[in-house]
Design a protein around this ligand. Structure first.
Ligand code: CP3
Length: 340
């Protein structure tokens, strides 16, 4: 999840001097911001500091990231001809700065680094809508009325995402997370028809690398089984579905990740503590990666996050559960869901 961004004073301080995309494109800055939450919070894995739209720029898409808004696309993609204009992504040429940051982090970090990418539906939603959207209606309209253009768009994005994630793992990422943040907008039927085949191609195309593949979407409770079947090792569950119920929906043979409501981190400690313990209990102490159900909210007190991390660390070994301690994870997250 987005963990560094916005809630940490050291990040805000750096942002007064550097733009968001500038940080993403400057390896030293991206490395520094990736390390900030590790230093302060002591979490067990680092998430690469970047954004899902970074590879789109390298595919010829003019965009910016507006504070408080999110990614904004200069010329939205609304036709077959627009799709044609998307360039293929060759990671070493298009996003060398990301790979340089991954390489530096892999050698510097004492915890595993999680690389990531946006999944085709979520990337397409930004490209088609032109920015954030409440109901993704333009995206769905394209999907329903121009299925050929839609398929071509999904195929091009999937090709790019697969190449991008493979390059991150080859540069040293110990796990990858595929964010299909806005796919919860779709029914299970539409997901199966319009999205699943390309996600399968991405996750299947990573299998030989032997790193855990985490797959996550917001509000995707009705899709959890399908998202697992798409080829994940770990399925992220947001806070709307309790994690034990999420595990049932995901099915056997997968690990689950989540799923504390990020808003709980704004609550007084006794409320936050009770909610976190509930997630841990429901997680059952095995095949569960404790996390928030979505990114850290900007108004969060970093002190609450520090206490939360300590709570999870104190809880885990006493249950003989995951044992996802810094000590054990130093060797990299090179474990499959079954081993977790
Ligand atoms: O520690 C980290 O912050 C990890 C880096 C990270 C960012 N974006 C940095 C960022 C990660 C993993 C992402 C992923 C991302 N970006 C997703 C998928 C995960 C999710 O949260 O669902 C999505 C959908 C985006 C698109 C995006 N970019 C959004 C929704 C926003 C927030 C807009 C806002 O300000 O409310 C961004 C901008 C963004 N990406 C920020 C950060 C730290 C805020 C930028 C700033 O400093 O102004």
């Amino acid at each position: 999840m987005r963990q560094a961004g916005r809630s940490l004073p050291e990040y805000r301080d750096l942002r007064t001097r550097h733009g968001m995309l500038e940080i993403c494109r400057t390896p030293e800055l991206a490395v520094e911001v990736t390390l900030q939450p590790i230093r302060r919070l002591g979490v067990d894995a680092a998430i690469l500091f970047s954004d899902i739209v970074v590879p789109l720029q390298a595919m010829g898409v003019a965009l910016e990231i507006r504070p408080g808004v999110g990614p904004v696309i200069e010329h939205p993609i609304r036709s077959d001809a627009d799709v044609e204009g998307l360039l293929p992504l060759v990671p070493e040429e298009g996003v060398p700065y990301v790979l340089e940051a991954v390489r530096a982090l892999a050698s510097e970090l004492e915890v595993p680094l999680i690389g990531f990418a946006g999944a085709p539906f979520t990337l397409a939603s930004y490209l088609v809508e032109g920015g954030p959207s409440k109901n993704h209606s333009r995206t769905k309209a394209l999907m329903y009325s121009e299925p050929q253009a839609w398929r071509r768009l999904m195929r091009r994005l999937a090709d790019a995402v697969l190449a991008y994630l493979r390059a991150q793992v080859e540069a040293g990422a110990g796990a990858v997370q595929l964010f299909d943040s806005w796919v919860g907008e779709l029914s299970a039927d539409d997901y199966s028809t319009y999205v699943l085949p390309e996600v399968e191609r991405i996750l299947g195309g990573l299998a030989d690398l032997g790193v855990p593949r985490i797959h996550f979407g917001v509000g995707s409770g009705e899709l959890l089984g399908l998202m697992a079947q798409a080829g994940a090792d770990v399925v992220g569950v947001d806070w709307r579905v309790p994690i034990d119920e999420g595990r049932k929906r995901v099915g056997d043979g997968y690990a689950v990740q989540g799923n504390l409501d990020p808003a709980a981190c704004l609550a007084p400690w006794d409320v936050l503590e009770a909610k976190a313990l509930d997630v841990l209990e429901r997680g059952g102490g095995h095949a569960h990666v404790f996390n928030l159900g979505h990114g850290v909210l900007p108004a969060t007190d970093p002190g609450s996050l520090e206490r939360l991390v300590d709570l999870v660390h104190d809880w885990s070994p006493s249950r003989g559960g995951l044992g996802w301690t810094a000590e054990q994870s130093r060797g990299g997250l090179g474990r499959t869901a079954e081993q977790i």
